[in-house]
Each structure stands twice: as structure tokens, then as C-alpha cells.
Design a protein. Structure first.
Length: 150
């Protein structure tokens, strides 16, 4: 099974590299793996995904390719840094499976400013359709994001 998973990982990596405007996300399933595409899956991508011989589930038309989500993540991080003036820790992460761009802010010492930042950020919309979700956390958002998204 380990060799098959390695082959599946290689196939997913190939598809991510060759079809950056199409690939959205992937995951392992109990017996194989799944891959989601922003629109219709390119035929060549499908043949590459079938090559490892594991069952593959293909989800199409999720509406947001990973490359756009990553670009939007970087843009959102710049907006958060500018808005907060670097006064609180934060992290930004795309979660395409859930259709969100998550912003985590540390609670900091200024509750009034924090409320204003949350309100402002929550009103933003992602160009690819990812919904912006803002969470306020105690401690370091980066450490929490590493735990959640690894």
C-alpha cells in the first residue's frame, strides 16, 4: 500500500504542476485518493491520476484552483498586515475543500481595534469565490495554523 500511495502522491504532484489553473485540492481516502478541480478535469490529468492503480475519486467544478487560492492568500496577508499595522500576530490559509480563506488573528491587547479588524476583514471577498472567515485565537495563530493544516 505504501508504494501505491507514493505513486498516487507522484501523480498528484504531476497534476498540480502541469495543470495549475485546474487543480484545486486532493486527499487520501480509505482505499485510494481524491482530487478536486476548479472546473472540468482535463483528460490528460485524469489519465495521470489513474496510472497508480488506486481508486481515484474526481470532484469537478469546485470553482477555485489552488494557484489562485495561494495568490489570494498572499494578497490577504498583505491586507491584514497593512490593516493591523503589525500590532497582532496573524496567519492566512486557504482551505479550498471548505471554500474558505481563513484569517486567524491573535487577540492582542486592544479589543476595540480587534473588533474593527474582524469586521473589516470579514466583509472582504476572495476573487475566486473563497469566503473569508476570521477567527480570533489566544496565542500564536501561526503555531495553531501549523497544527491544523499540516
Amino acid at each position: 500500500m505504501e508504494a501505491a500511495r507514493e505513486a498516487a502522491s507522484a501523480a498528484i504532484s504531476d497534476v498540480m504542476a502541469l495543470f495549475p489553473d485546474d487543480f484545486s485540492y486532493s486527499d487520501y481516502t480509505e482505499h485510494g485518493f481524491m482530487v478536486a478541480f476548479a472546473a472540468q478535469a482535463p483528460p490528460d490529468a485524469l489519465s495521470r491520476l489513474k496510472a497508480p492503480g488506486l481508486p481515484v475519486e474526481v470532484v469537478e467544478h469546485v470553482g477555485h484552483p489552488l494557484n489562485e487560492a495561494m495568490a489570494e492568500t498572499a494578497a490577504m496577508a498583505r491586507q491584514v498586515k497593512e490593516l493591523t499595522g503589525g500590532k497582532v500576530g496573524f496567519s492566512v490559509a486557504p482551505i479550498p475543500r471548505r471554500g474558505i480563506l481563513e484569517v486567524m488573528l491573535s487577540e492582542g491587547n486592544d479589543a476595540v481595534a480587534l473588533e474593527r479588524w474582524v469586521h473589516t476583514l470579514s466583509a472582504l471577498r476572495s476573487p475566486s469565490g473563497l469566503r473569508v472567515v476570521v477567527d480570533v485565537v489566544a496565542g500564536s495563530p501561526r503555531a495553531l495554523a501549523d497544527t491544523i493544516f499540516d
